[in-house]
Design a protein around this ligand. Structure first.
Ligand code: UDP
Ligand code: MG
Length: 318
């Protein structure tokens, strides 16, 4: 790949939320990995409203090496928004998002770059084993990807996080996507392009606590489903059709039985069950419609995805 003068060859994008504890370790492994490939790199760090001294540390690193750039958001906007902020501001010809906690080992980067130079536009880093995650996360992740692969036409690769190499062409597509609901893994997959994989074992987080707790991951999974498929809406149609068919059959049965056997006093239990069941199905359907209406509302407001408080240099945009 020829290097356009001024623009770096490689960009790393690192969302950081309270990552001061592991930061030294992160740079001590990321920098040699990059230097081994080229001197033409940048690391775009996004301080996602950290309460610790992540920003101060980033300023220090930037002062020592201006290729380490930072963008500080005005509050915690969440990993997906932080990642979007980073991707909007990379200059590299190949861009690699990775976590600050070293769960995405930087030692994999040379291999990814080699494949990119062979002509792949996307190089996915796929976990051979999720040993760094607990059984519950593995199970739920499994179920989620199974479901998604049934529901979408493009494949969201299983056991693959945001860690991947993307050609600038792919990043440009991501930048053009206007939606507010950012399920990045889905957007990356939606973009398409010729891709290949490298495999690795995902280690435990290097320091500090995981910031993506269960409720955030649940929200993320819902975003994935509701922003990439309308299947849940069709599901309510099918449920309605099935219930109607059943009730017509049941009505015919009751009619015939009354003619043959005469009138009997209908049971309280069956009546109660039917009312509660239908009530439940209706509320569930309303909830599903609500998920979509809520998302339409969020999109319609056109609020920016994130707000930048300060950055390492001019030219960073929001
Ligand atoms: N992160 C972020 N904003 C948040 C939560 C997380 O920028 O609100 C960053 C975090 O600093 C880390 C990456 O996203 O670099 C992944 O977070 P974490 O390790 O907590 O998630 P997990 O590995 O469990 O997916
Ligand atoms: Mg992590």
């Amino acid at each position: 790949m020829p290097s356009i003068s001024g623009a770096p060859l490689l960009s790393l994008v690192v969302p950081m939320y309270n990552e001061s504890e592991g930061m030294a370790q992160f740079f001590s492994r990321a920098l040699p990995a990059l230097e081994g490939i080229t001197a033409s790199w940048e690391i775009v760090c996004i301080n996602d409203g950290s309460q610790d001294n992540t920003l101060e540390l980033l300023k220090g690193y930037h002062a020592r090496d201006p290729r380490i750039r930072y963008l500080s958001l005005s509050r915690n906007f969440g990993k997906e928004a932080a990642l979007s902020a980073g991707l909007h501001n990379t200059l590299g010809q190949a861009v690699i998002p990775l976590d600050a906690d070293l769960q995405d080992p930087p030692e994999l980067i040379p291999q990814m770059v080699a494949l990119w130079k062979q002509g792949y536009k996307v190089v996915l880093a796929t976990r051979a084993q999720r040993t760094g995650d607990g059984w519950f996360k593995r199970l739920t992740a499994r179920a989620f990807y199974r479901l998604m692969s049934h529901l979408t036409r493009f494949e969201i690769p299983e056991n693959t996080g945001d860690f991947r190499l993307m050609d600038a062409q792919v990043v440009e597509v991501i930048r053009l996507l206007p939606e507010r609901t950012r399920f990045m893994k889905g957007l990356f997959a939606w973009a398409g392009f010729k891709s290949t994989r490298v495999y690795y074992d995902r280690p435990q987080r290097s320091a500090g606590q995981a910031k993506q707790d269960f409720s955030r991951l649940w929200q993320l999974a819902k975003d994935g489903i509701f922003s990439f498929t309308t299947f849940p809406l069709r599901l309510t149609t099918y449920a309605g059709a099935a219930l109607s068919a059943f009730s017509i059959t049941y009505a015919v049965y009751l009619f015939v039985r009354t003619i043959v056997r005469g009138v009997d006093v209908p049971g309280y239990a069956s009546l109660m069950t039917a009312i509660l069941f239908i009530g439940g199905v209706q509320l569930l359907s309303l909830g599903i419609i609500g998920e979509y209406v809520g998302r339409i509302y969020r999109e319609a407001k056109h609020r920016p995805l994130y707000v930048v408080d300060e950055a390492s240099e001019e030219g960073f945009n929001s």
